[in-house]
Design a binder for this molecule. Sequence first.
Ligand SMILES: Cc1ncc(COP(=O)(O)O)c(C=O)c1O
Length: 305
Amino acid sequence: MPITPTPKIWMNGELVDWDKAQVHVLTHTLHYGTGVFEGIRAYATADGPSIFRLTEHIKRLFESAKILGFSIPYTVDELVQATKDTVASTGLDSCYVRPLAYLGYGEMGLNTLPCSTEVAIACWPWGALLGDEAVTKGVRMKISSWTRHDHNTMPPAAKTVGNYVNSSLAKVEALKAGYDEAIMLAPNGLVAECTGENIFVARHGKLLTPPLSAGALEGITQSTVGALAKDLGFEVQVDNIARSDLYIADEAFVCGTAAEVSSINSIDDREIPCPGPMTLAMSEAYLATVRRENPKYLDWCELTI
Ligand SMILES: Cc1ncc(COP(=O)(O)O)c(C=O)c1O
């Protein structure tokens, strides 16, 4: 999806003009994929832009860096404020937000220890990742021929820049084969997640989603859906899912900050009932919550001022 420029990008403590937010070609992360990042959304509300679960996203950025063994030279509070300032500087009511902590120019080679950590935060308008009709019509999924990372190769719990080569391979394979998105299996053959979303399936009236140990990112939307599902009286189980569970699901959906809640209409050409009643209820509850219409979760909705 093309990026629409906005006035400013936050870089290492300063809001700089969009076109001036540049790095040297010998920046470490550009060569070795050593950075970590986040994907966050701000939603238009009567009280101004509201950034959904901002603090948790920034905390996960720090956890990703911790897993990789490098530190970020700011506090969580400082980057929360920097994100709010960046969103406010654009004048946009709603946008996608991309904080990135990357290892900078000055050191080369695989030893990251002497590298400096730089931080940038950009935001721009971005619509529904899987299309505007992803909830009602659903998306066609393909189980990828690419395997999700093993915990001892590329830790899947860290949102590492380099991890997403694996996601890109799966995404492009799925698109070229005429599907919308890929489901990734872990090295043990169990379902991990999608290229940029977690997955839920409904069976026997219960919602199931794979755990972090299955190679899934610990999704903030997955946790939001879990809480909202319980409020709606649905039973939710974080548990391993086998490939066959997918094919015979009563309904299924993907969820993530970019994709929100999107129905699945088929997996490897096996039709899945779509849109299912639980999926529709989850999508509605999710959108109401991110728009500050659910009083129980106002703490999750962080205003820029
Ligand atoms: C691989 C992967 N899984 C799951 C998710 C969903 O995570 P979240 O709900 O925190 O956006 C993302 C999105 O960042 C992702 O990239």
